[in-house]
Design a binder for this molecule. Structure first.
Ligand SMILES: [Zn+2]
Length: 328
């Protein structure tokens, strides 16, 4: 790992902690202060599907970062089900964890207090505390990556549910008997509004020999299987008509999902993050349109606040949309 110092924006505020984000491909760490400043960052590749190796990598990242700063605690965000006591990872499909006592394992080695949190919950709380959701009491975060993750902050408190696993928006069924999902069900939102969908649909068009996919296929040298989400995102940003159309489809489904979430939770703000949100308005335009058409009580319910939140732009918040009929 090569730890990188951030340009100092002033002296760090309050005690420092190490935050670690564990994804399927990388373990990213940072030394953070109490006002959301990041002092130093570092990252390593995630070892392939070996729980002990992943834990070893987390410890290495923590040790390297704390060698540079005096830190008092460690927070770990993991892509998976984290129990309500925020200590065990019940299930993490990409990391091969099954009921893993991650907090105890890391705390015993580094000798610091450790908290484990679902990564989307951590993102939602961070956006509420330091990012796009500052000043908003009730927000819902939707992360669109390979799949869909979610976090709920109501009245300033992260909602984890009885078992700690609330916010799995990607597995709300939106199409009975629809596409098969990795979770075992059919028709989950994740099968209609995620990065995987962009790749799946682009590949389907290419395999069918559709003329609309010719330019997409040229981007990847004719290799159909190389047509994945990030390629489609890049193509859409370059103005590729087929890629833009795929984003319109994904955006429409995202809008339906957000309208369902608004019906259930009535947040004041949605924050959309994850790699797919890099497409910005290509995604959010169709999402707002379909949100407006799907929202229950439209025209009669109070709207969200008028202007964009005075949030700082963060990697996890390239875009935002509002549970209202107004554009952010
Ligand atoms: Zn599912």
């Amino acid at each position: 790992m090569s730890a990188a110092e951030e340009p100092a924006a002033g002296p760090p505020a309050g005690p420092l902690a190490v935050g670690v984000d564990i994804g399927g491909t990388k373990v990213a760490g940072g030394v953070v202060d109490v006002v959301g400043g990041v002092l130093t960052r570092g990252r390593r590749m995630t070892p392939f599907r070996d729980p002990a190796l992943v834990e070893g990598t987390i410890v290495e990242v923590v040790e390297e970062l704390r060698a540079r700063h005096d830190v008092v605690a460690v927070g770990i965000g993991a892509a998976g089900f984290v129990d309500a006591s925020r200590s065990r990872v019940l299930f993490a499909p990409h990391l091969a964890w099954r009921d893993e006592p991650l907090r105890e394992a890391v705390a015993a080695t580094v000798g610091l207090p450790v908290v484990v949190e679902n990564d989307a919950n951590a993102a939602a709380w961070a956006e509420w505390r330091f990012g796009a959701g500052r000043g908003e009491s009730d927000l819902v975060m939707v992360t669109l990556g390979t799949g869909i993750g979610g976090g709920i902050v109501l009245d300033g408190v992260v909602q984890r549910g009885r078992h700690g696993i609330a916010g799995e928006f990607g597995h709300m069924v939106v199409v009975p008997d629809g596409h098969r999902c990795e979770c075992g069900n059919r028709g989950c939102l994740e099968q209609y509004a995620s990065g995987n969908v962009l790749g799946r649909e682009a590949q389907e068009l290419a395999r069918a020999g559709s003329p609309v996919a010719v330019s997409l296929l040229e981007r990847v040298g004719g290799k159909v299987e190389a047509l994945v989400g990030p390629v489609v995102t890049e193509a859409a940003q370059d103005g590729d008509a087929c890629a833009i159309e795929l984003f319109e489809d994904v955006g429409r489904w995202l809008g339906v999902g957000l309208a369902n979430l608004a019906a259930a939770l009535d947040p004041g703000l949605f924050v959309i993050g994850g790699g797919v949100s890099d497409a910005g308005e290509l995604l959010l335009g169709p999402a707002r349109e379909s949100f407006r058409r799907t929202l229950t009580g439209r025209g009669d319910r109070p709207e969200g606040r008028g202007g964009p939140a005075p949030g700082r732009r963060s990697k996890n918040c390239c875009a935002r949309t509002k549970p209202s009929t107004r554009a952010a």
